[in-house]
Design a protein around this ligand. Structure first.
Ligand code: F6P
Length: 555
């Protein structure tokens, strides 16, 4: 453990370091992308980093050797290598909550060799694997039909009730890897919204006798999830008149609070635990991943963990100038703080990654959308950009107009799998599917090219309506295949990018105080809206807009 928590802070503020000043000067004369490619015909090969099955091409970022070297120097000045060790060994990197962030331990093999960075606390890995085994046991009982509903019928449907990190990761992975499902017997659904709209639709066609609900909440206090769980409990009680039987046959709880799960009614044998040192948005590797394992099988879930572990090894061992998450982080910092590009589009050219942008929105913006240092002092430079995205080829017909001809500079990540549809080789529609895949690839490569070079990608145009200025930076993440291992590595790369950026900015990526006030105010408003407050006690202290809206709603 670090004895002096002060060493968590990097002494000199980020914007006062010598490399920051140098980078500012370099940014004033930053070359454009067409010029950078003219200077180095082999730039595409030079500004690239690989690990097994995954390549980062950052050659279309607006930086050259000198800028890259200065960015690396800045990462060293910010003690990034030491901070990476702190993360893996379980130092209290989440300073405001005084705890570690050990999501990497969740995917460390039990017998990991001494060359792998591991938590200093030797109890952690055995405990992680004990829960993983308990989860495997539950998955086996449910998938094999040993687990029965309260009337003795097999489970056919599972609904995950969770929100934020207890929803987005499992939803994204389950959708992305459907082709890798080892059994198609179970249908897995997700309900997250507090308004109950997803449940309303699901409960209208699900059979209570054969449906199992996972109440997934790290804190087990999140009102969104608990209100969905309460609705489900009321729905189940129509069919199952014995509460103890209902809880035993129709609910599994996943949380860091065993006590709260028990209070709610979930029996101990139906509880899976994880730990306060797993951040919600970093939790899909824990028992929060249960819907993934139920939908796709434990083998697929373990392959996902393995892929993430390989990225962990790369992040903790590769030199900074050939380290994929570090390079992603540095490109982001160069864009945000020096080129003043404050929007970042996530563009997977793969329908299977439909939910990847919303997953990353939480991962990046909830982690690094911060304006105070670890120490609590206000900062005077930009941190996380605004992230959004969509499946790339669909987004071409939606918001790409703005990327190409709008007034904002936008950085983009293109994500693409090189090979697809091997599994249907020999089928009647294989050639046609392959042609679609090639079309998709050419669209992806065409878009990053036009964003970088504008009209010069083809020929200059005098027509102002057809003018494409280009010079919009992007990176391309190329997977050989989208499979459990490569997806695990891809997600872990973004997790580590977030951490590396937070270290450089001097902020805490593992807390989220910014979401608390809204929850408190919603709780204050609810009685007024539900009529629990007498007319003459109406909340006159509210602003006139909120008053008028609530009056109109209550009429
Ligand atoms: O409100 C934000 C948040 O705390 C996220 O960080 C978290 O992923 C989500 O709510 C759900 O929290 P829980 O898993 O505790 O229900």
């Amino acid at each position: 453990m670090i004895s002096d928590t002060e060493s968590l802070y990097t002494s000199l503020p980020f914007d006062q370091s010598s490399s920051f000043k140098q980078l500012n000067t370099l940014a004033e004369a930053a070359p454009d992308l067409a010029e950078l490619f003219r200077q180095h015909p082999l730039r595409g090969q030079m500004f690239c980093s690989h690990i097994d099955g995954l390549t980062l091409d950052y050659s279309k970022q607006r930086l050259d050797d000198k800028i890259l070297k200065t960015l690396i120097q800045m990462a060293e000045e910010r003690q990034l290598p030491e901070k990476i060790k702190h993360l893996f060994t379980g130092q209290p990197v989440n300073h405001s909550e005084q705890r570690a962030a050990l999501h990497t331990a969740l995917r460390t093999p039990e017998q990991a060799g001494p060359d792998h960075l591991q938590p200093d606390d030797s109890r952690i890995l055995p405990e992680v694997h004990r829960q993983l085994d308990k989860m495997a046991g539950l998955v086996d009982r449910i998938q094999s039909g040993i687990w029965r509903g309260c009337t003795g019928r097999k489970i056919t449907d599972v609904v995950n009730l969770g929100v934020g990190g207890s929803d987005l990761g499992p939803l994204m992975v389950t959708h992305a890897l459907r082709e890798y499902a080892q059994t198609s017997a179970l249908k897995v659904h997700f309900a997250s919204t507090i308004d109950g709209s997803q449940l309303f639709e699901l409960l209208s066609h699900l059979n209570a006798e054969t449906t199992l609900f996972i109440v997934s909440s790290k804190s087990f206090t999140t009102i969104d999830t608990l209100s969905n769980a309460d609705t489900v409990r009321a729905w189940l009680r129509q069919f199952c008149h014995n509460d103890a039987l209902m809880y035993r046959c129709h609910f599994i709880g996943v949380s860091a609070s065993a006590e709260k799960m028990t209070q709610w009614g979930i029996p101990i044998e139906n509880q899976l635990h994880f730990w306060s040192w797993v951040g919600g948005r970093f939790s899909l590797w824990s028992a929060i991943g249960l819907p993934i394992a139920l939908a796709l099988g434990m083998k697929t879930f373990r392959a996902l963990l393995l892929g993430a572990h390989k990225m962990d090894c790369h992040f903790s061992q590769a030199p900074l100038d050939n380290n994929i998450p570090v390079l992603m982080a540095l490109c982001g910092i160069w864009n945000v703080n020096f080129l003043k590009i404050h929007a970042h589009a996530i563009l997977p050219y793969d329908g299977r990654l439909k939910f990847f942008p919303s997953y990353l929105e939480q991962l990046e913006m909830e982690s690094n959308g911060k304006s105070v240092l670890q120490s609590g002092e206000a900062i005077s430079y930009e941190t996380c950009p605004v992230l959004w995205g969509e499946v790339g080829a669909n987004a071409q017909h939606a918001f790409y107009q703005l990327l190409h001809q709008g007034t904002h500079a936008v950085a983009s990540d293109f994500i693409l799998a090189a090979r697809r549809y091997d599994s249907i080789q020999g089928s009647a529609h294989y050639a046609s599917m392959l042609a679609q895949h090639e079309l998709n690839i050419s669209n992806c490569l065409a878009q990053s090219r036009v964003l970088a070079f504008g009209n010069h990608a083809v020929e200059p145009s005098d027509n102002p309506y057809r003018h494409y200025p280009g010079n919009q930076p992007s990176s391309t993440l190329l997977l050989d295949h989208l499979n459990p291992e490569s997806l695990g590595a891809l997600i872990a790369a973004y997790e580590h990018k977030v951490y590396a950026q937070a270290v450089i900015w001097g902020i805490n990526p593992f807390d989220q105080w910014g979401v608390e006030l809204g929850k408190i105010v919603a709780l204050q408003l609810q009685p007024a809206l539900s009529g629990a407050v007498a007319e003459n006690d109406s909340p006159n202290h509210l602003d006139s807009s909120t008053q008028a809206l609530s009056r109109q709603i209550s009429q």
